[in-house]
Design a protein around this ligand. Structure first.
Ligand code: HEM
Length: 196
């Protein structure tokens, strides 16, 4: 929501897509998400810039191997920095820009795998990815469909990052990891629905 509020042209596009494909006579449903490619791109682009798990939980090398010229001994703990990879200027065009269109190809969402990895990669990749993407997309679509959003007094949202504990109880590594702390003040100025 912060990225949409600070990029009103993107918010307008998402709204138009929801209005054109769902309208306001009924609530958006899960089956509508397939017809909302731009909204899906917004979710992907948000996970690229602000991955929920900036450092993928620790993995252990099962055998000696070489990765990009680095010798990795069996038993080495490997931590992948998804945050850095997803903002690497060698991999992404204008990586600091919030540009959902980068995931659009002729109106369809591109099936991007690497270097986008908010759900990890390989055999231990998040098994909840399908559920998470459906839930996040549906929730975002409902928030955009049902409310008009305003950035609030001052017109600025504090997006500074900080250290802290993450709620990662469902993950197998109970380590304290760096998270993004978001502090924001958003006003909902008009709602189409009383409750959602
Ligand atoms: C936006 C939401 C979510 C994000 C960004 C996310 C991200 C991740 C990441 C980065 C991993 C580590 C993958 C790796 O080690 O390579 C992971 C693992 C896991 N996730 Fe998720 N996840 C999300 C939602 C969910 C949901 C909804 C569920 C269950 C319903 C779930 C269940 C799991 C489980 C069980 C693992 C451990 C898999 C394993 O080690 O074999 N996640 N997730």
């Amino acid at each position: 929501m912060v990225l949409l509020l600070t990029h009103p042209e993107v918010m307008r596009k998402v709204r138009s897509e929801v209005d054109a494909n769902v309208g306001t006579a009924r609530m958006v449903e899960e089956s509508d998400i397939a017809n909302l490619p731009y909204l899906q791109c917004v979710v992907k682009e948000t996970l690229r810039l602000y991955p929920v798990a900036p450092i993928i939980p620790a993995h252990e090398a099962m055998e000696d191997c070489t990765v990009s010229g680095f010798d990795v001994r069996r038993g080495t703990m490997v931590l992948a920095n998804a945050w850095a990879i997803q903002r690497d200027p060698n991999l992404w065009d204008t990586p600091e820009e919030f540009r959902p269109e980068r995931f659009l190809d002729a109106g369809a969402v591109t099936a991007v795998t690497t270097p986008l990895m908010p759900f990890g990669l390989g055999r231990r990749r998040c098994p909840g990815e399908g559920l998470a993407m459906r839930l996040v997309s549906l929730t975002l679509a409902a928030l955009v469909q049902c409310f008009e959003w305003d950035i609030g007094e001052g017109g600025v949202i504090d997006m500074s990052e900080g250290g802290g504990d993450a709620i990662v109880s469902c993950l197998p590594t109970p380590k304290v990891r760096r998270v993004h702390a978001l502090c924001f003040n958003i006003n909902i100025v008009r709602s189409n629905y009383q409750t959602i």
